[in-house]
Every structure is written in C-alpha cells, then in structure tokens.
Design a protein around this ligand. Structure first.
Ligand code: DX5
Ligand code: ZN
Length: 218
C-alpha cells in the first residue's frame, strides 16, 4: 500500500502570520508544505517571490514543495532553489522546453516536478518521466484556492499511474481536494495530496487542533 502524504497549501493560510501557520500545520501532521507561486500572467493571481520563499524556509522542518505557476520559468529556477525549495514544480504549459526545464531544476540539486493543467493530455509527460520526481495533476484551473474539483482528471491520474510503472515518481493532486475527493484521487493512484481550504477552514494558529482534525479527515 502506498503511503499518502498531505501537503497543505499556505495559499489558504493567514498571510500576516506565515511562520506560525507553517509550524501549526507541521505540528498537526502535515507531511509537506506546499507553496503556490503565481505571476499574474500564467495565472490570474500574484503571490510569492524568492525572498518570501526564503523567509518561509527556516520555519519548514518537513519538506518545502514549491509549485511555480509562472511563465517564463527557467530564469527563476535558481532563485527558488537558493531560496530553499526542496521540490520545484514547473508547468508543462509554461514554455516550449519542459525537458530543458526539468534538467535545469535537477542541475540545482533539487527534486523536479512537472505540472499539468486540466486541459493538458497526460501523454504530454511521456518523454519526461525519467527526468522527474513528481507529476502534478491539477484538478482545478490554477490561480485560486477554494475551487471545485474537476472529476474528469481521475482518468488522467489512473493513466498516469500506468505510464509511470516502476519508476520512483510521485503523483501529486492539487485543487478541490477534500474529505469527499481525497479517497477518489488516492484510489486512482495519487500519493501526494495538496489541500488548501480543506486544511485551513475553521482553524487558526490559536486553534491549531482544527487543522489537525481537518488533515486527519482528508
Ligand atoms: C491552485 C493552487 C492550489 C490551491 C489549492 O492554483 O495551486 O494549491 O491553493 O486550494 P484548494 O485546496 O482550496 O483547492
Ligand atoms: Zn499548488
């Protein structure tokens, strides 16, 4: 049986309190910390530059998973690596050379992920599987937390699990993962579940046990 990891997205945290929020979710059982980087161009929202990610670093004791929703992406890989990412994930739609992008991420010594938007066919990663540590299947269109899970992506996850075969490649799912959809993605073959609103809802750094309850329910 595959061990499922939960990676809360700090996009749903209190933006005035990241250090305490990161400590709270880790104390409450988060396996990874997922950081959503948005550029206002590849996606219609703006979040964290490398200095912000560098400021998160000392608070993360688990694994900092940095999801880059930026285009072009190659020029920023080194900066996010130096900021302290453990995994850097780029979108396959972010440029014409995803193979080069994965090589560039691996050259920094960090783990390399490749993300697929909901409209992108799974076959697009076929020739990238030996260069990647993780494929991220987006189950919403990227840009915002709290959107509705797109069920058609379950077929994509199943096909991807077959394509990966014996390779040591994680399947991460991001978008609309909650108590209802988590079992579906796990059953389809995903092993790293990103969740923003489903982890942070109802809790706070003063009521961190609610984060813990939310994580255990997923
Ligand atoms: C979407 C981001 C996600 C998002 C998930 O663009 O990549 O990580 O924050 O949020 P929920 O779990 O609320 O859909
Ligand atoms: Zn994300």
């Amino acid at each position: 049986d595959r061990k499922i990891k939960i990676a809360p997205s700090i996009l749903s945290a209190d933006f005035a309190n990241f250090g305490a929020e990161i400590r709270a979710i880790e104390d409450q059982g988060a396996d990874w910390v997922h950081v959503d980087v948005m550029d206002g161009h590849f996606v219609p929202n703006l979040t964290f530059g490398p200095p912000a990610v560098k400021a998160f670093r000392p608070h993360v004791t688990t694994f900092m998973d940095v999801h880059l929703m930026i285009s072009p992406v190659d020029a920023y890989i080194e900066a996010y690596a130096e900021a302290g990412a453990d995994m850097i994930t780029a979108h396959i739609e972010a440029g014409p050379h995803p193979h080069r992008t994965l090589q560039a991420i691996r050259a920094t010594g960090k783990q390399a992920g490749i993300a697929l938007n909901p409209g992108t066919p799974v076959e697009a990663v076929e020739y990238l599987l030996d260069l990647t540590d993780m494929v991220l299947v987006m189950t919403v269109n990227p840009g915002f937390g709290g959107q509705k899970f797109i069920h058609s992506q379950l077929t994509k996850i199943k096909r991807l699990r077959q394509m990966i075969g014996d390779r040591p490649v994680h399947i991460q799912v991001d978008g609309g993962v909650d108590v209802t959809t988590a079992p579906l993605v796990a059953q389809a073959g995903a092993d790293v579940l990103v969740a923003g609103s489903a982890v942070f809802k109802g809790g706070s750094v003063n009521q961190p046990d609610i984060y813990g309850d939310n994580i255990r329910k997923i």
